[in-house]
Design a protein. Sequence first.
Length: 348
Amino acid sequence: MIDVVLGIETSCDETSAAVLVRDGPRPELASLVILSQDIHTVFGGVVPELASRAHLTAIGPVVDQALKQAGIPLDAVDAIAVTAGPGLVGSLLVGVCYAKALAAAGDKALIGVHHLEAHIFAPTIEHPDLEPPFVALIVSGGHTLLLDVPQWGRYRVLGETRDDAAGEAFDKVASMLELGYPGGPPIEHLATQGSDRFDLPRPMLGQGFDFSFSGLKTAVLHTVRGGVDLDADKADIAASFQAAVFDVLTGKTRAAVEQTGYGTVVLGGGVACSRALAMHMARHLTGLARVTVAQPRLNADNAAMIARAGWFHLDQGERSDLYLEADARMPWPGLERQPRLSSSRPRS
């Protein structure tokens, strides 16, 4: 039986380690360490080579600190779960190689985890009774994905971005507004000081489940270059852009809830760190579905969600061998591209 799992996450620019321990039938978070790399701020985005070098320096101390905080020696760890993809291949390699070395040296079970699947498991760390079926919306810098989740390990794609992900649009608009990188937090903060007075488009709203944010990004660019007083209008532009993104995300999620008949929505990914988004979605789904979202540190890239997803697969008897490879385009296990939906499904 698996009683202690060490999670390792290095898919982008956070070096993270976490320890989960068995608490009755469910795992409990014993420790979580996240070390973010601030060197990328001056470049306005993540520089892959710099990210992988920083992981090399940090991964040992981060893992040691996670074990220390948990009060658990490495010898007591039963299994190691590590992000195998998708992500930046150089960053992934650091985590995968380190995890394989620990597993080989200590004769421990090893499981490679899909980063996006882990985002769906993140809320279960705080809400252990969360169970499918539900609609899941993953919103991050690289992905915008709407899923029908009939059971753990099975995921049906309802819609995904055709161009820019929502998080990428936030970063680009923040750059236009001279707010720095990453863009989500400063836009959310500035939006509280402004109003939705600019007529920005809601791309593809009411047109199926797919997303597109490139046109919205371009509309903001035309607004900024169209003679506005950026200092005076910056807060209103931020508020208008954020409202447009939230309306699209919420509208399509509501449509998915109505079509599936599910009564639960799981919100995950880096953009889900926005409390404004969670509140907006909960308000617009009142009476239709409850919205479950983890706290920000569990929505950002972190090893706790990796350990939790790994725990599920380990409990299913799955294991990775020492030939596990980092895969920047790792296929999602259990993912179906053609959803089979029925409006007659019972609410949960």
